[in-house]
Design a binder for this molecule. Structure first.
Ligand SMILES: *Cc1c(COP(=O)(O)O)cnc(C)c1O
Length: 388
């Protein structure tokens, strides 16, 4: 098919041309005396994305999933109790990992479409007067349902209960896109990956840890080797990595950090919020609903619920086969019930209008009762009236 494939999945996201070009480099000596000049500024600049001055940033040649494992195994001990709210596929998988690693997992089910219930959390923490709960595993942006939880609110609930648990946050689909304030929210481990807001290929787990969490690496008894933060810290201090560095990825990351910091974090958050609002206007004009309940809408991904007599998989396959656009599928519990439009990373009004138009065509082809052009019209009016 002529023309490009249009990628509107919430990860991997579109990689800007400048980033791709920056990655197109010959292989180099990662033990050379000049390698630290590449790595050290990247690790420093990452802190500006996580919004931390007191924490420390790390990269592993891995993905976000490994980031979860780095957080758990470097700070906790087998059998420790952790608290997790499950409201989508990613919070489910993180819970599953915690169980498989041998933690004592206290899981609270939340309806898919909602996020972390703050009152419930505060009540639970207040009851835990002996502080058995060692960590809270919070999924900031649940990519499978398009739900954003209030992490600042989680910190407030913890403080209200004077609870000393660690706060781990999966920010894989939020960091570098929607507001994430590591220091202000007292996050102990912030977990991300290269292929979402950082606009790179998959291949790096991108993480930040608080000093409180880093201290625990001395005493944590989980067996670990490749994912040991102590090895990273020792080598990073010299500007090196404990094993072969993914050098082209680091060049790409350097460029993506340049682009992000040039745009500015506040501007990035505003851009994602505005793009997302245009998509939400289109969805409303189609007469459809988000999976996310009011107050939980994500600015990086919208999961759209199809009418009961329709299968979301048909929309996705028509969109791909007929119009060459990639949408996100519904996962497990919402498979067939939702499809997702990713609006994260390297995205602007006109790119996203392509997604809205393509979705509209695919829905019409599948007999959806919508007015042709209605979603596009709602989005363009919103974008026109809010463009600078
Ligand atoms: C994509 C994603 C992950 C998984 O990351 P991988 O890089 O595929 O390991 C975890 N959590 C969330 C919220 C995600 O969106």
């Amino acid at each position: 098919m002529a023309g490009r494939n249009h990628l509107f999945i919430p990860g991997p996201t579109n990689t800007p041309h400048e980033v791709l070009s920056a990655m197109h480099v010959p292989m180099e000596d990662h033990r050379s005396p000049i390698f630290p000049k590449l790595l050290k500024p990247v690790l420093e600049d990452l802190k500006k994305i996580f919004r931390t001055e007191t924490g420390q940033a790390f990269i592993f040649p891995a993905t976000g999933t490994a980031g979860w494992e780095v957080a758990i195994t470097n700070t906790l001990n087998p059998g420790d109790k952790v608290l997790i709210y499950r409201f989508g596929q990613f919070s489910h998988l993180w819970m599953n990992m915690a169980e498989r690693l041998g933690l004592d997992v206290e899981m609270h089910e939340v309806e898919w479409g909602k996020g972390i219930p703050l009152d419930d959390l505060e009540t639970r923490l207040k009851v835990d007067s002996s502080h058995e709960i060692k960590a809270i595993l919070a999924t900031h942006n649940e990519t499978s349902t398009g739900v954003t939880s209030d992490i600042g609110g989680v910190r407030k609930a913890m403080d209200a209960a004077s609870h000393p648990a660690l706060l781990f946050v999966d920010g894989v689909s939020s960091i570098a896109s929607i507001e994430f304030l590591m220091d202000d929210w007292g996050v102990d481990s912030a977990i991300s990956g290269s292929q979402k807001g950082f606009m790179l290929p998959a291949g790096l787990a991108i993480l930040a840890f608080s000093q409180k969490a880093l201290k625990l690496t001395e005493t944590a008894t989980f067996p670990r080797c490749f994912l040991d933060l102590k090895d990273q810290m020792a080598q990073n201090a010299l500007g090196y990595t404990p094993y072969t560095a993914a050098t082209p990825m680091i060049h790409g990351l350097k460029k993506s950090l340049e682009l992000l910091l040039e745009e500015g974090m506040e501007n990035i958050y505003t851009r994602h919020a505005r793009l997302a609002e245009g998509v939400r206007r289109a969805i409303a004009a189609w007469g459809l609903d988000l999976c996310a309940q009011p107050g939980f809408e994500s600015d990086t991904v919208s999961a759209i619920v199809v009418p009961e007599d329709k299968d979301a998989k048909d929309v996705i396959s028509t969109a791909f086969n007929k119009y060459n656009i990639s949408l996100g599928a519904g996962l497990t519990e919402v498979a067939g019930k939702v499809f997702r439009i990713g609006h994260i990373g390297d995205m602007n009004d006109v790119s996203l209008l392509g997604a809205i138009a393509g979705v509209e065509m695919a829905m019409l082809d599948n007999g959806f009762d919508i007015t042709p052009g209605s979603g596009v019209a709602a989005a363009i009016e919103y974008y026109r009236s809010t463009a600078k």
